[in-house]
Design a protein around this ligand. Sequence first.
Ligand SMILES: [Zn+2]
Length: 1064
Amino acid sequence: MSQQGYVAAPPYSQAPPGMGGYQVGYAAGPAQPLYGHHGGAPHPFSAPVAGGVMKPPGSTAAGMVPLPVSSQYNPNYQQNGSHQQRYAAPPAVSHGQPPHALPSSMASPGPPPTQQLTNQMSAMNLGSYGQNHMQHPPTSPVVQQSFQSPPPPAVGQPQMPLGPQVHHAPPQMSPPQSSTTNMSIASHSMPGPPMGGPPMGGQSMGSPVGGGPPMVGQPMGAQPMAGMSGPFPGPPPPAGPGGFQHLGPGQAGPPGYPQQAGQFGGMMPGPQASMQGGFPGAMAGPPQKKLDPDAIPSTTQVIEDDKAKNGGQVYCTNIRGQLPPLVTTDFTVQDQGNASPRFIRCTTYTLPCTAELAKQCQVPLAAVVKPLANLPKNEAPLYAVNHGETGPIRCNRCKAYMCPYMQFIDGGRRYQCTFCNCVNEVPVFYFQHLDHMGRRVDFYERPELSLGSYEFVATLDYCKNNKLPNPPAFIFMIDVSYNNIKSGLVKLICDELKTLLEKLPREEGADGSAVKVGFVTYDKVLHFYNVKSALAQPQMMVVSDTTEMFVPLLDGFLVSYQDSKAVICNLLDQIPTMFADTAESETVFAPVIQAGVEAFKAAECSGKLFIFQSFMPTAEAPGKLKNRDDKKLVNTDKEKTLFQPQKGVYEQLCKDCVVQGCCVDLFLFPNQYLDLATMADVPSHTGGSVYKYNNFQMETDGEHFLADLRKSVQKHIGFDAIMRVRTSTGFRATDFFGAIHMNNTTDVEMAAVDCDKAVTVEFKHDDALSEESGALIQCALLYTNISGQRRLRVHNLSLNCSSQLSELYKSCETDSLINFFAKSAYRAILNQPLKNVREILVNQTAHMLACYRKNCASPSAASQLILPDAMKVFPVYMNSLMKTAPLVGSTELSTDDRAHQRLAVMAMGVEDTQLLLYPRLIPLHNMDVDSEVAPAPVRCSEERLTDSGLFLLENGHSMFLWIGQAASPDLIQGIFNLPSLAHFQGLTSTLPDLDNPLSKKVRAIIRDLQNKRPNSMKLQIVRQKDKPEMLFRQLLVEDKGLHGGASYVDFLCYVHREIRQLLT
Ligand SMILES: [Zn+2]
């Protein structure tokens, strides 16, 4: 199958028109003047389902809400998973435009990957912005504070006066503001005495904001770090929101910047040093008078408030620009014309009308798209629309798919595309009359007219080489070198596969799985196995020349597990013994991936490789690696090289994999450095995942690994995918972050995409946006599903636009914002010194908040920190992000671990980054064991721990059970079946199965969390004051970082100071 034949084309054959600013050389869309010449002024957008009501088909009565799952649509629409006959093709003359144009990427081969990477890198900006000097937050703020309740409406502003003006001043009270909104920061946790007025409240823009019971802070500038000076005089970043720019030549970092780059941590030599060995709590140094932690915005409180408000509710998607409940809230979505927030979340649901406003506020405009997100059982799976051979109906010009935003006119004979304004003929077979409202009478019967998300059954035009795809295949590739045999890993994998292969993923409703399976073992050579069902015994074929990889057999390599079960089980039984006496310790790696690609090529299918490897590939072969770990590079301008993959072989492999739809999941079991940055290069460009088990021990890690393997094999996944994000005029998608591959500026290519992978898309203005028509996003994913059907999944979302920045701030979603910042920063560190990246993060945080203060908040004392309600906990997330391993420049951290986290985050959705950056700390010692729900988490800080307590802490990747020194014997007995803590033996990863309510409840909570997360988490049990407690404390993100990084309080004070400097 030639690369030429890769059909990305039909669905994405044209650049959207009217989008000026394409780079020279990119296939140009129609020239601007064409714009809107058909239809005149754009129609104002109207909510697709007015009043939030959907009618069942055949009923004209308004007011009926459809059942979430039903066969309300006509038989031409099949529920995903069923396999109905294709819709009879309409007469050839009547259909709309079948896609036909060649894609630009096909007509002229895209740039080589090097070029591509260069292009992406050059999109990162760092201008004079990055040269601003940073100052360290004071190490001992003496701050007393409280919030005041401003008047309604919705945008509440926690106010935290900090700073010199009120230094040493007693708390001041301002007249209480009326507070009719229920929002509030820390309202319940307000310390009693200093509080006066109603503790909380939303504040209306423009209403006077009193001084409020202020937080009196020590002047931020009181203790500048030695050598650190310089206010924040620089101009705003030229890059616009979210920008990371290259430092141009001669634009070195700030002169005189201390080499210890750690923005915060690194610049706190005193406390930091003393912290290295001990615990923050036991830190030496001047006594700190701390800001009352209860009085600064609390993430757990924000989460609990949203749960109280939206938990268990039905969220209807019929309102444009509506802010969904938080990712941490359980709610039910009813699709009424906009995509569920499970599929798309935005950094803000109100875009600024102009590029100038966007630049002014510095709030990144981005969407986090998880196109194949899992839906809970009580929500309807997507409908599949089948227009037969005609294929999906699309705008002739911009190729947007039929959706609820298209405006039917001329008695239903034509429709105007809301994305580009082009007027299109309605294909004859698709014609329908309009009702008195101008809406098609079959509106509610067609998913593509009434729902935000649906699928089209794709036609041959959407398939490679105009051939329907074959079902995907899974190939299990096991490193059988000495260590893997000795550790028992090979046997563990083989034993597990015998049961796991019975549960291969299948389309809902299908009898069995269509997925084919194949097996390879390898060390310095590769062994392929013929497991054809007719054979009595599996046959092995060895390929020892790994320079030109080929697959020695076609027939019998990829088979149906059900057909070949006997032979496969025979093979899996034999593998561990076949290699039992191996002395081989070297392995190859790139040829293993190459073999997978060749196998898929030969079988004309896409699929996934599951590779199990322990060490760096040092055998003589393409892709051989050597140890290039160098801790001396940490905190230097060359640190970025530690994150950069080796070019060459792996770069080409990425490309080959993407072309073939070959996804790579990598399971690593290292006990030393293995250049993860390079080994993970292919997985991270093919929609794959990397799992890492340091110093793998069968007893403690076996189950943990198997749980990951099971999830990986069984998860919902699509292959050979290409995604295109279209927008209405005035703005467009300019940048993409994820486990993806880009050959041009618009097509997001993914060898595979699973239910947990998200692509973060940044938008920029081309032109002014209109408040009236709003902004539309249509995200189309073309992919091959698990049974081999080609599908087009379409997600539509409508956003508001406003010329008032206050509206934008009101519509921000902190969890999505931090997802964007994490990904853009993690990509930027490939090209820039970490300290520059951290500076940009802090500066942009200050800019966003200063702009709010200046333009949206009521006049108030400069000493007050005023945060937009929707972003009130943004600083804690930002501070947490800067303390993550990739950004924290510490020689104590493993280079591979840092690279691993960097790559994992790049593919994360909003839920995952939220949890990673603000872990759950759940008190278990005083919970109601009869309650159905788990106890509410408490703030992630050492201060929340109690000596007699028992706490569970998890961030989606690690899980700890922390036992206080003074935990009662009853508690220890009830959970561990031990008389006291002293009997506790080392690290264990499981809890005994005890028959008492407490033990059952604790295990149920752990099980529930494990099930919810994309990865399995190894339970680590730590006792207070034991050495492993360090690992636990790293996750307490409100405290000072163990490897550098400020506490939440210090960071907030620091940001406040930056804001004040920006405002003066
Ligand atoms: Zn269009």
